[in-house]
Design a binder for this molecule. Structure first.
Ligand code: GTP
Ligand code: MG
Length: 147
């Protein structure tokens, strides 16, 4: 049976562009309940660990740099069949291929800077939610995220 939760991050490009509110409205309108949510920053170490599965890919360094370039919104969302339903709402990784009306079609600029993350399996949703919310971010006195 499909699980009922997924994990998402509104990525730094969408936060910078002022799209948090519009994206959260789409998430609410699509019937997801917000179970947990945090506006924060990822440290380099945390982003490297989060994207560990992509470490052999040529874009890994770029991805880690991008995800640590500004604040993100991390959230756990609940809905029946959450992972699959949410992947439908966000659209294809490359916004040029994303369906009309999806979050990436509306708010993403490129395959790298693509506005939003959605977990791709029930197992990863749980792993990512627990990873994110169990390790709260630490900041130095200049406001840089260091842990
Ligand atoms: P996420 O929901 O963010 O995990 O995206 P996804 O599942 O649709 O794609 P995937 O897990 O394959 O890739 C993770 C992230 O790496 C993407 O969302 C992009 O931000 C980034 N990425 C993927 N392919 C490329 C690429 O060719 N170039 C760059 N710069 N980034 C990429
Ligand atoms: Mg993915």
């Amino acid at each position: 049976m499909a699980g009922n939760i997924t994990f998402t991050m509104i990525k730094p490009d969408a936060v910078r562009a002022g799209n948090i509110g519009a994206i959260l409205k789409m998430i609410n309108d699509a019937g997801f309940r917000i179970v947990a949510m945090e506006l924060t920053r990822m440290s380099k170490a945390k982003a490297e660990k989060f994207y560990d599965i992509h470490k052999e890919r040529p874009f890994y360094g770029e991805l880690v740099d991008f995800m640590t370039s500004g604040p993100i919104v991390a959230a756990v969302l609940e809905k029946a069949n959450a992972v699959e339903e949410f992947r439908k709402l966000i659209g294809a990784t490359n916004p040029a291929q994303a369906a009309e009306g999806t979050i990436r079609k509306l708010f993403a600029a490129s395959i790298g800077e693509n506005a939003i993350h959605g977990a791709d399996s029930d197992e990863n949703a749980l792993r990512e939610a627990n990873f994110h919310f169990a390790t709260s971010s630490m900041f130095d006195k200049s406001g840089n995220c260091v842990g």
